[in-house]
Write a protein that binds this ligand. Structure first.
Ligand code: SAM
Length: 416
């Protein structure tokens, strides 16, 4: 049988979608286990599976509307249809290529059914999908936590390519870069450019900047400039470590993942910045001293990163969130013990779940009377300050400028 052009990329996309939805892997992990594809085919496979994950509930509704024989969730036939429709909806792939690359993937499965569903839907024409629904459980959670307007915003944001935020060590350089490249700057040391291949942007090789969502750059901005010894806990791959080092702090960066610390080491080398790196489980590590300030950017469900990593919406089940909350609380207690009197502890998570943000901090303050939240003196005007002094970045913030990752952060100070 003659081979169909582009079939390898679609087969890989099917493998990735299955690994994410059935085995709970991240798309990055799923894609790195796919080998022997050319770089363009590999990128295409990631793009196709990502597009399917961005629109899954809407794609499923379309599929179900075209057959009375319901295809089981996460069956190969349903996944093939999801990927085929995602190419049409998100990548503008022509109908003949969509069909030709879908059918061979259903080997041994209900090929005629898949052909029939695909034919019906392509003939009908797909509806606009510029604000696709999120999974029902996520929408319910976010609607009750943040309201309907935030859910609507998240729907619009998930279908768009987010812009790329660059953090500079030096604000003068950032402003000059923004001017020279007609880019916008939304905060000191920040430049926003349209989505692009990172390594091709000017200044990458020279290490003038690093990629970091603007929201992710806010926690390190809450560390007082006068703090000398700063502990960056859960530090890799190191966006915040580089900010702290660039601001002149004496930084110790701890992370339990050797491979992620390797990326942090490369990032520091490229940007000519310095920090002491420690590979250790923070729940067992002995700090051997106290710090003037600590930044704990805790592991979490990462649901705030849904624009770049749509699979987080399928991985963040209630059990995962509850386990995260437990770990975050333990890490916060460890960190608190390593802080000098009158020191500052910044807690942050890239999560849109109040259990991992507001509730972790509220419970911590209840059991740690020597701490209180300190209002930041100079919050950026787009950060939403809560009554208790913590900050919440929700979908909808700066949406007309490309939006931000969802984040929570609080600056906690220890009594002197
Ligand atoms: C949200 S990410 C940190 C991102 C990082 N702060 C940055 O700005 O690039 C959470 C990190 O926590 C690390 N981690 C998870 N559990 C840990 C533990 N028990 N001890 C130390 N690090 C841990 C993970 O390896 C991961 O790198």
């Amino acid at each position: 049988m003659p081979s169909v052009e582009g079939l390898g990329a679609r087969r890989a996309a099917l493998q990735m979608l299955d690994a994410v939805l059935r085995r709970g892997q991240t798309l990055e992990a799923a894609s790195s286990s796919v080998r022997n594809l050319s770089p363009p085919d590999h990128a295409l496979a990631v793009a196709i599976s990502g597009e399917a994950l961005r629109r899954l509930p809407d794609l499923d509704a379309l599929i179900d509307s075209a057959t009375r024989q319901r295809l089981p969730d996460d069956s190969k036939a349903r996944n093939v249809l999801r990927l085929a429709l995602a190419q049409k909806a998100g990548l503008g792939t022509p109908d003949h290529a969509v069909v030709a690359t879908a059918l061979p993937l259903v080997d041994g499965g209900p090929r005629r059914l898949v052909h029939g569903v695909l034919g019906t839907l392509l003939r009908r024409g797909l509806p606009e999908m510029d604000a696709p629904r999120l999974p029902d459980d996520v929408e319910d959670r976010w609607r009750s936590a943040w309201g309907g307007a935030v859910v609507q915003s998240a729907r619009r944001l998930i279908s768009r390519r987010p812009p790329l935020d660059l953090t500079f060590a030096d604000d003068g350089e950032a402003q000059a870069y923004a001017q020279a490249h007609e880019a916008i700057s939304l905060a000191p040391r920040h430049v926003r450019v349209p989505s692009a291949a990172v390594a091709e942007l000017p200044g990458f090789e020279e290490g003038r900047w690093w990629v970091q969502d603007l929201a992710a750059s806010l926690p390190a901005r809450l560390v007082p400039s006068g703090a000398r010894d700063v502990l960056d806990l859960c530090a890799a791959p190191g966006g915040k470590t580089m900010q702290l080092a660039a601001a002149g702090h004496n930084v110790t960066a701890v992370d339990s993942s050797g491979s992620r610390l390797g990326r942090l080491r490369e990032n520091l080398a490229r940007t000519h910045l310095d920090a002491r790196l420690v590979e250790a489980d923070a729940l067992k590590w002995k700090a051997g001293g106290q710090y003037d300030a600590i930044l704990l950017d805790a592991p979490c469900s990462a649901t705030g990163t849904f624009r770049r990593h749509p699979e987080v919406l399928y991985r963040a089940r209630p059990k995962v969130i509850a386990e995260g909350t437990e770990l975050q609380s333990q890490l916060l207690d460890r960190a608190a013990a390593w802080l000098k009197p009158a020191g500052t502890l910044v807690y942050s998570v890239c999560s849109l779940e109040p259990q991992e943000g507001e509730e972790v901090v509220r419970a911590f303050l209840e059991r740690s009377p020597e701490f209180q939240i300190e209002n930041a003196q100079d919050p950026p005007d787009f950060a939403v300050a809560a009554a208790d002094g913590s900050f919440r970045i929700l979908p909808g913030v700066l949406e007309d400028r490309g939006g931000l990752d969802g984040f929570f952060m609080a600056r906690l100070v220890r009594a002197g």
